[in-house]
Design a protein around this ligand. Structure first.
Ligand code: SF4
Ligand code: NI
Ligand code: NI
Length: 711
């Protein structure tokens, strides 16, 4: 059979299955029964993107099946055959949605199935920073599980996000691959149709970040081809359904690399039978470049291990976390005096420490990182210091929580058994500081203290005074006190018309880029994503309008956005890309706003979930009344200050409220004299339903109720 014949055979088979499944479902549940995926604002996302049709009930499906069939022309033309591949995608999306009618079909499966909107949003930052350099989709059953596992581990160490479909899931897991979202290796499911959940991720990337208009299929295909760096690897023999799935992938711009003979299509479909070359061939097919830093330690160090948690039963050693004193500090030393790559451990190591309660080693810990360089500035110290959190988490077998003197670090037994010792923490920090900050760090020296008296004494004498100095500097850093703001264009790789303006009192909406970060990035990468915007005279101080800011936004958004205010959510609010930590929306009856963070999955008092609220904005589009922002902004005196500021906040999920309470209370107290403002803010443990929220606000005398009407 020719390639096109194979594709059509697969597509027709899937079309038949889809039609059958739809008819059966309608017969069983009736036309008015709801159909959809959990935690998404985009209905059946692929159908919605391709046609603009919002599938809500089973009765909407037969028309979609009609469209699907019309895509299968059976003409002997590769372009038309690729469209038939898209038909397979639509069919798979319908079949999988029907499987969700009886509850989560993946509850008992190793796969996770549908990927929710909030998860996709959380991937925004690592994708734009190149922290996740690409997306691998693996499919099938391998004749050689060992090499399969090696391939997956290689992707993992390179930071790629790997999705797996089929029996390769068990094969890799049995061969020791660590799996789950936290490890960037995501098992989707065993049925070939579950591959649709990664296609759905790619398509929603275009909806969420790219603001591509539903119905414009060609725009979606252009977006995924240009901006989603994905490819497909198939393992083992492939049948016609897999071929037509592959055709769908190719239509999206994702090359397919098979390990069996296939009719080659240059740049799109190829064979690589040698598994030792699969990774290389795949990365080349999408021009994905990997920056590796070789680090001399006995365990893997890769961004993919960042999310790993170390629990009690796998833990070997523990530091800080209120159990022992611990701190970390990056400080600038004398260029002439520092000795580059000098790593010193002063005090007992984990193997010669006293064993407490049978097994766990608990030690005090002080990590002192001294850096020096001609371009190094004091202001960059905190930027480097915050990276310690990430660098330590990259270690396979280490968990790092908190910062400064609230750090909490755990190491696993597994890492210990592989020979990991405290000096290796120094090696990792050294290597990453040199690699990531090469423009400012010429020398780096790491000293690790584990004697209680050292850790405590050095903290009082050297570390604490530096923290205090920094806090003073930070609180003096206001929008008024600086000459320049910064742009951030990182997210343009996914949201081409979005521009963040970063000020001392308004960090990037992703929460990852502060004004100091932007300033340091400018130094590290002079032509990079953060460029200064020299403020000049404000046009309107209250709304936060500057001619310079407008110009920077207009130029960098290619004219898509011409003016923004920095302090208002109603008048020309700043745009967002989609990766914001929180979304703020107006609750008119409370005369205030609610804020929902990405982690909260229930409905908010405005009747929408985070995902639904989030879908109202994003993609670089201005939507008055909605603002995506970082957690840190709750506590900034510039938080929608044009509309009354922090006092307008009437509701937040409890976890978020607790997290920001201290800063929020302090700021509101300074601005209005109100004590413990956070206690006046409602949360889901008190009420979600509008009337009950209002009752609570009234009982607390919430200030928003007495303010000018918000709209
Ligand atoms: Fe994206 Fe803005 Fe964060 Fe930059 S600051 S990474 S543009 S969200
Ligand atoms: Ni880790
Ligand atoms: Ni973003």
């Amino acid at each position: 059979m020719s390639l096109t014949d194979l594709i059509y055979a697969g597509s027709n088979a899937v079309a038949g299955l889809t039609e059958g499944a739809v008819n059966d479902a309608i017969e069983k549940y009736g036309e008015s029964h709801a159909v959809g995926y959990p935690d998404t604002a985009y209905f059946l996302p692929i159908i919605y993107a391709a046609t603009g049709v919002k599938i809500k009930t089973l009765g909407d499906l037969p028309a979609a099946v009609g469209i699907l069939k019309s895509l299968i022309t059976n003409k002997d033309d590769l372009g038309e055959a690729l469209n038939a591949g898209l038909a397979t995608a639509v069919g798979a999306e319908i079949i999988e949605a029907i499987r969700y009618l009886d509850g989560d079909p993946y509850a008992e499966d190793a796969g996770i199935g549908f990927v929710s909107d909030p998860i996709i949003r959380s991937l925004g930052v690592p994708l734009v920073t190149g922290d996740i350099p690409g997306i691998a989709v693996l499919l099938g059953e391998s004749a050689d599980p060992k090499t399969l596992a090696a391939i997956v581990k290689d992707y993992q160490e390179k930071g790629l996000l790997t999705f797996m479909v089929g029996n390769i899931i068990e094969q890799a897991s049995e061969a020791g691959v660590k799996m789950g979202l936290d490890y960037r290796v995501i098992p989707l499911g065993h049925e070939v149709t579950s591959v649709i959940h990664v296609v759905s991720v790619a398509i929603r990337t275009a909806l969420i970040f790219g603001a591509v208009e539903p119905g414009k299929l060609a725009d979606f295909l252009a977006y995924t081809k240009e901006r989603v760096p994905a490819f497909v690897n198939t393992f083992g023999p492939i049948d016609e359904v897999v071929v037509s799935v592959g055709a769908g992938a190719i239509a999206l711009g994702f090359p397919v690399i098979a390990d069996v003979e296939v009719p080659e299509v240059p740049g799109a479909l190829m064979t690589q039978a040698d598994h030792s070359k699969t990774v290389e061939t795949s990365l080349e097919s999408r021009d994905i470049k990997i920056k590796v830093t070789k680090i001399d330690v006995p365990v893997s160090v890769a961004a993919a291990f960042e999310g790993e948690r170390v629990r009690k039963d796998t833990m070997f050693a523990e530091f800080g976390g209120n159990k022992t004193p611990a701190w970390e500090l990056v400080t600038t030393g004398d260029l002439a005096e520092l000795e580059d790559h000098k790593i010193t451990v002063i005090g007992p190591d984990i193997d010669d420490a006293m064993f407490e309660d049978g097994k766990t080693v608990r030690l005090p810990l002080g990590i002192l990182v001294e850096v020096a360089g001609k371009e190094m500035q004091k202001d960059f110290e905190t930027v480097l210091e915050r990276r310690i959190h990430y660098f330590m988490n990259y270690i396979d077998g280490a968990m790092h929580v908190g910062q400064r003197n609230t750090v909490w670090i755990r190491l696993t037994k597994e890492a210990y058994e592989k020979g990991f010792r405290l000096k290796h923490i120094g090696e990792v920090l050294y290597a990453k500081m040199r690699a990531d900050f090469d423009n400012v760090v010429d020398k780096c020296q790491v000293t690790i203290y584990t004697k209680k008296e050292d850790v405590e004494e050095i903290y009082e004498e050297r570390v604490k005074p530096i923290y205090v100095q920094r806090d003073d500097r930070m609180s003096a850093l206001t929008d008024e006190s600086v000459e320049e703001f910064y742009t951030c264009l990182l997210c343009q790789s996914f949201a081409p018309s979005h521009v963040c303006i970063i000020t001392p009192e308004r960090l990037g909406l992703c929460g990852a880029v502060s004004w100091l970060d932007a300033k340091a990035t400018k130094q590290l990468d002079p032509t990079g994503p953060n460029q200064p915007v020299v403020k000049g005279q404000a046009i309107d101080e209250r709304l936060g309008i500057w001619a310079s800011v407008n110009e920077a936004v207009a130029t960098n958004s290619q004219g898509a956005v011409e003016k923004v205010t920095l302090y208002s959510i109603l008048e020309d609010p700043m745009t967002s890309c989609g990766c914001f930590e929180c979304i703020c929306g107006i609750m008119p009856e409370a005369n205030g706003v609610v804020i929902v963070n990405r982690e909260f999955s229930d409905v908010s008092p405005v009747g929408m979930t985070f995902g639904e609220l989030a879908s109202m904005t994003g993609g670089g589009v201005q939507t008055p009344g909605f603002m995506g922002h970082g957690r840190q902004l709750i506590g900034s005196k510039k938080f929608m200050s044009a509309e009354g500021g922090l006092e307008r906040i009437v509701w937040m999920p409890k976890e978020l409220k607790d997290d920001v309470a201290e800063r929020l209370n302090k700021a509101v107290k300074e601005m209005t004299g109100i004590e413990n403002f956070a206690d006046m803010v409602c949360d889901e443990t008190i009420a979600i339903e509008s009337e009950a929220v209002l009752e609570f606000l009234e009982s607390k005398g919430h200030p928003a109720l007495a303010m000018d009407p918000i709209m």
